[in-house]
Design a protein around this ligand. Structure first.
Ligand code: TRH
Length: 446
């Protein structure tokens, strides 16, 4: 797990060079900007380098723009762990190409992870075309001979992944320097609105980096959503859901029961929840994704869970899933009554699925993530009268409190939560989607 830097150590930096230095130091040590909080009193606070930078923000000179021809965008993605980094970057790349007519090149350092959620990707290829996207393996030693003219008009540095020094040098050489954007992690914390679109000039360089924060309000960058996503979801009929599940090796679930998808990190609350489901009065079918969930479920049953070979205990039936493509994972979320999701991208997709969902947030050291969890709950449940039941269950799922009792209350409010989830999705729709917001921001730089 990530280490934490006490905010006080650097929040009073005096000059941009130092900010630059420390920011790169964070990246070097694998510390993510969004994971830094003021631990003294538990208040939400921006990453220290942004706090410091706020007073140093300068106006961006004009003439940073996409070229007049089809604009070229480069996205750099380092896979820290899991699938969220590449999951987000891949979605963004596809939207920019398909919906915004951008020429997109996606640099990824770990093609193995990428190939799991996009089976067309070959993990061995240094360069490959995947639909309209030029996918490049981002080598540890970036080519010294990278031509300046190859640099894109817009450069997305995903999640502070640190651009290759050679590429940065080429960016600085361009007559019109590219718009350089650090796409940050998603958070519902309030400071995000203040930091969204702040700029940090690079020392001794013509380059400046902009911080683009996804979020849940109109003062943030919004979240990713394909333009036709709503239409596709609405067009997905119950008959298609049944066909889809059959294709996944799942026989028609009991119409009086609950159909649940499970995607989570290793979670101590899972065994007692399985117990609860097995001992309950309602038939529960759980569709279990590979990795941590499948391992934990297998351990609980003391039998390996395999796709196509369901296991049963009491009222509980579990079915193993293969790792699905991203579009199929969406279909899974649309097909279930309740979705357990995690991290960032599946969490967003569950919101677009308009079905009740439970989020396991990416765990951080010293429980910093719990503040983020509360921040989201605060926004999501603002107008929901039965918020306490949701809060209790989500917190128990994230290690705070007892899960069995929390489940009973959560189950009872599920129908009203279903309605609330639809209202929330409509509200989220109004923040505008992240790809559109990004393009609008870049256009504003011309
Ligand atoms: O994999 P994650 O835990 O990713 C995490 C988070 O993004 C976290 O913020 C980040 O710091 C960490 O990675 C490095 O969860 P997430 O974000 O939901 O990403 C999972 C992706 O995998 C998402 O795009 C959905 C996709 N997916 C499939 O395509 N098929 C599947 O079968 C499953 C289970 C997921």
């Amino acid at each position: 797990m990530m280490s934490l830097v006490p905010a006080g150590t650097i929040s009073n930096l005096a000059c941009v060079e130092e900010i630059w230095f420390f920011q790169n130091l964070f990246c070097y040590e694998g510390i993510k900007a969004h994971q830094i909080m003021d631990r003294n009193d538990g208040r939400e606070s921006p990453p220290p380098f942004l706090l410091s930078r706020r007073s140093l923000v300068t106006e961006m000179p004009a003439a940073k723009a996409e070229s007049m021809a089809r604009p070229r965008w480069d996205i750099f993605c380092a896979v820290v762990d899991n699938f969220g980094d590449i999951g987000v970057c891949w979605r963004l790349a596809q939207q920019l190409a398909a919906e915004q007519n951008r020429e997109v090149r996606l640099w990824v350092d770990h093609l193995e992870s990428f190939s799991q959620l996009c089976p067309n990707i070959s993990p061995e290829a240094d360069q490959q075309q995947c639909g309209p996207i030029d996918v490049r393996h981002w080598p540890r030693h970036f080519p010294d001979a990278f031509p300046d003219a190859e640099v894109a008009d817009v450069v997305i540095e995903a999640f502070g992944c640190e651009l290759p020094a050679r590429y940065l040098a080429s960016m600085a050489q361009r007559e019109v320097t590219p718009v350089w954007i650090n796409l940050e992690y998603l958070s519902a914390e309030r400071w995000v609105e203040d930091c969204h679109l702040l700029m940090s000039p690079a020392p001794r360089s013509r380059l400046s980096r902009h911080f683009f924060f996804p979020g849940f309000t109109t003062k943030t960058g919004g979240v990713l959503q394909e333009r036709d996503l709503n239409r596709s979801r609405q067009a997905f009929t119950p008959a298609e859901a049944t066909q889809f599940l059959t294709r996944m090796g799942i026989s028609t679930p009991n119409p009086d029961g609950l159909l649940i998808s499970l995607f989570c990190y290793e979670n101590p609350a899972l065994p007692p929840l399985l117990e609860c489901w097995a001992d309950g009065t309602v038939p529960v079918t759980v569709l279990v994704t590979p990795g941590f969930p499948s391992t934990q479920v297998s351990n609980w049953f003391q039998q390996e869970l395999m796709p196509g070979q369901p296991l049963q205990h009491g009222k509980l039936t579990v079915c193993g899933l293969p790792f699905l493509s991203q579009p199929d994972y969406d279909r899974l979320l649309w097909s279930c009554d309740l979705n357990f999701v995690r991290g960032e991208d599946s969490f967003v997709r569950a919101q677009w699925a308009r079905k009740p969902f439970v989020w396991q947030i990416y765990p951080q050291s010293e429980n910093t993530h719990l503040f983020k969890l509360d921040a989201f709950l605060g926004q999501f449940l603002r107008d929901f009268p039965q918020s306490a039941a949701v809060e209790r269950f989500w917190q128990a799922w994230n290690g705070v409190g007892e899960i069995s009792l929390a489940w009973q209350d959560f189950r009872e409010i599920r129908n009203s939560l279903q309605e609330h989830t639809e209202v929330w999705a409509c509200q989220l729709d109004r923040t505008g989607n992240l790809a559109d917001n990004l393009v609008r921001f870049v256009r504003g730089k011309s």
